[in-house]
Design a protein around this ligand. Sequence first.
Ligand code: ASP
Length: 355
Amino acid sequence: MLGIQSRREFLASTAVGIAAAAARDIPHPMRPRPLPPPPPPPSRWAAKPVVVSSANGLRAVQRAFDLLMQGADSLDAVIEGVKIQELDPNDDSVGYGGLPNADGVVQLDASCMHGPTKRAGAVGALEGIKTPSEVAKLVLKYTNHIFLVGEGAKRFALQYGFKEEDLLTEHAREVWLRWRANLNPDDDYLDVPEGEHMSVRPTGTINCDAVTPQGDISSVTTTSGLAFKIPGRVGDSPIIGAGEYTDNEIGAAGSTGRGESNIKVCGGFLTVEHMRRGMKPTDACLETLKRVAKLTEPRLLDERGRPKFDLKFYAVNKRGEFGAASFVPGRFAVHDGTAAKLMDTAYLYERAASR
Ligand code: ASP
């Protein structure tokens, strides 16, 4: 048996060895990178390269696919893709400009997995940093951990050269102030007059999954989470196995929508497991949604037993086949080598549940 001292030394040397190997595999996001070798010619492709994303990711799939065709690593490609959304102040569901929590503070969540190196990284309730997906990638690449949250995650990001910035845009602040004003008729905030009620999408996220011509796979999910959430709440997006999951031998899957319902079924992982048992990506996504419906408590079901919330799954497999599914008809983004486009999801119910 290893003594305490020697066990520590053993673990330390293993950790250093693993970190050093990973550092060689994935280029550092903060430094200019050498150009990757070009991908093999199509006659030698192991997979049909593909990138899928939630419907807000049309620009993401285009960018990620372009990078794949230049020989980029699958994780680098999907992170560069979702960063477009994170940095866009007009997307109020992700990164900079995301809607804040109940205290008016923007807290961001992200996770990612890199199939070839079998590594994962995540951050939760991260404040002041516009691109949590990049911070999750640094956790993946440079630490012996998987998940950093809150203040520690922010300090970690600052140490790697990220700048702390105010993430609350004027639009997001106004939406939050109106929400607070209308929350309770008995508090000291006067209600916003009739007709001036805000209309916001309370949730939103981007998931992106890619397969390279060599058959390597990665996934990332990033979000500002549920608008006006209880401070400190994290959803499914930063949870490896829920918000996204990759197994380089099988495929990848990710999710957007009501995080609490996804966490209970470990939906990213479950969808990949369905594909491991032979299901196509679309069927795997549908099967996971059925499990979600079964595990939903009565208060969230309508009188016909249909979930009253939105949840979608997206998946790719090792061959480059892809699919997505939702409870009711929806859309997702894909670049399958022809063009970046929106496609219809498969779905379980024709119409939305009555609320
Ligand atoms: N899944 C995200 C969360 O629960 C929100 C969303 O996708 O709309 O934080």
